[in-house]
Ligand binder design. Structure first.
Ligand code: NAD
Length: 502
């Protein structure tokens, strides 16, 4: 069966109307084979606005549904995702090129956040606060905020939606989703799965979830719309630089999840087998197309000549090929632009004195697809292209002597998403995690930069945008806080001892 026929088969099984992926003028290409697998139509600006209005009306109903009941919808969504896991994972492999276990892993992450959000629906706590006035009570409440606009990137085309949607829905918000223009098919599938959950739920208002297929122009309508109080935007730092100020200009709230340039430090005492396995997955997994992919590694001078040859050997031996027909560990790059960007980065690294292992194009049997062997580049300097995110499997490796210096270099880039240290020395580990250590939103010890669990808040600092999604108290960004003071006395004392006798 052709890939095009297979995807049509899966989408039909999931209940997606065939007109939505066969009748548009935007062609969707599988990065695995380079062939056209579908065509979709972009939604117009007028329809986008109308959809937001409808989501706003749905919000007025949904906010009144008790939160634990809202949690029931998300629980059902989790059940439907479990039932559709294989199909959804396969769509991700076809549309994004992830290997099977990573495609399925992405769906598992969605199931996990549904479980988390279901429990959360009974835990949207506010504080009771000591008040200085007798006969008063002060407390805070968390209320639903409105329509949450979700703009997502191609590389986690389904999970990013679910991190936002599962929380937003239990928080009493409605969701308008603008997926990446490169991955409309998995979003159509997710919307169909959501509809199944909503049908089982029974009395969900129309407009709880709206999918808007289109490019950045559609995203811009969402970004500028006064009835969308929260924009959660995941993608490049370039995108965040445009979206952030536009949302701020209308006093909206944005949750920005942008690019990373994640580093790891391998210390003299490191468990080198563990470091090797973690870096190999962190840097080569998903063909280097994770926001948390490891892109820089600092190796202590005393173990460099032992550790780096092993890493290079792993790069030479890794299997690259179709995730649909082989058990290769590294699949294709998403498109020509990504492949060209990798080529350019390697050229620039070479000019700076880098020694490259790998990086060459690989013939996987599909002339229109872009397969490359992951590249490891030994760098004599930490500057230029090393300090930028290239969304491809390129790992820069540098020697270090002094840990302070390695941490300073690790922090000396625009992005601040994920970081790790490999050490068995607790002083080094604690220094790395301390106030003077890693400046990233994610700082790990003895595990890789990528592969976060949903229980923790996910996001990063600086040019990564500062947003937090998923676990911990990230839910607060999807609600508005009201501080309430109630006077049950017969007096009217003013705060701070102010008197105002009339
Ligand atoms: P991208 O920035 O090209 O596109 C992301 C989304 O933003 C798409 O839906 C796109 O249509 C939309 N968009 C772009 N410009 C816009 C604008 N001006 N207004 C409104 N919407 C706009 O990113 P991509 O290539 O799809 O994804 C790769 C990037 O995403 C990498 O930089 C990666 O690090 C980052 N990323 C970050 C996280 C995170 O959680 N921090 C997660 C995944 C990906």
């Amino acid at each position: 069966m052709s890939v095009k026929a297979e995807i049509a088969d899966i989408l039909t099984r999931l209940g997606v109307n065939s007109a939505s992926y066969t009748s548009g003028s935007t062609k969707i290409i599988s990065p695995v084979t380079g062939e056209e697998i579908a065509s979709v139509a972009d939604v117009s600006a007028a329809d986008t606005s109308a959809a937001i209005d409808k989501a706003h009306e749905a919000f007025k109903v949904w906010r009144n549904v008790p939160a634990p009941r809202r949690g029931e919808l998300v629980r059902l969504l989790g059940e439907e995702l479990r039932a559709a896991k294989e199909d959804l994972g396969r769509i991700i492999s076809i549309e994004v090129g992830k290997i099977t276990s990573e495609g399925l892993g992405e769906i598992q992450e969605m199931i996990d956040i549904c479980d988390f959000a279901t429990g959360l629906s009974r835990q949207l706590y506010g504080l009771t606060i000591a008040t200085e006035r007798p006969g008063h009570r002060m407390m805070e409440q968390w209320h639903p905020v409105g329509v949450v606009g979700v703009i997502s990137a191609f590389n986690f085309p389904a999970a990013v939606w679910s991190w936002n949607a599962a929380l937003a829905l239990v928080c009493g918000d409605t969701v308008v989703w603008k997926p990446s223009e490169k991955t409309p098919l998995i979003s159509l599938a997710c919307a169909a799965v959501f509809e199944k959950a909503a049908a089982r739920f029974g009395d969900a208002p129309d407009g709880l979830l709206t999918l808007l297929i289109g490019d950045r122009a559609v995203g811009e309508v969402l970004v500028d719309h006064a009835k969308v109080p929260v924009i959660s935007a995941t993608g490049s730092t370039r995108m965040g630089r445009e979206v952030g100020p536009r949302v701020a200009a209308r006093f909206g709230r944005s949750i920005l999840e942008l690019g990373g340039n994640n580093a790891g430090i391998v210390c003299p005492s490191a468990d080198q087998d563990m470091a090797l396995a973690a870096i190999a997955f962190g840097a080569m997994g998903t063909a280097g197309q994770r926001c948390t992919s490891q892109r820089r590694t600092f190796v202590h001078d005393s173990i460099y000549d032992q550790f780096v040859p092993r890493l290079k050997a792993a790069y030479k031996s890794v299997t690259v090929g179709s995730p649909l027909t082989t058990d290769a560990l590294v699949g294709p790059l998403i498109d020509t632009r990504a492949s060209d960007a990798m080529e350019r980065a390697l050229e620039q690294a070479k000019v700076l004195g880098g020694t490259i292992t790998g990086g060459e194009k690989i013939d996987a049997g599909y002339p229109n697809a872009h397969y490359r062997r992951p590249a490891i580049v030994e760098m004599p300097v930490h500057e230029g292209i090393v300090c930028e995110e290239t969304f491809a499997p390129v790992l820069y490796v540098m020697r270090y002597i002094d840990l302070d210096d390695a941490i300073e270099k690790q922090n000396a880039v625009g992005a601040g998403l994920s970081s790790t240290i490999f050490t068995l020395d607790m002083r080094e580990a604690e220094q790395f995690l301390s106030v003077a250590g890693s400046d990233c939103g994610i700082a790990n010890v003895n595990i890789g930069t990528s592969g976060a669990e949903i229980g923790g808040a996910f996001g990063g600092e600086k040019e990564t945008g500062g947003g937090r999604e998923s676990g911990s108290d990230a839910w607060k960004a999807y609600m508005r806080r009201a501080t309430n003071t109630i006077n049950y006395s017969r007096e009217l004392p003013l705060a701070q001892g102010v008197s105002f006798d009339i």
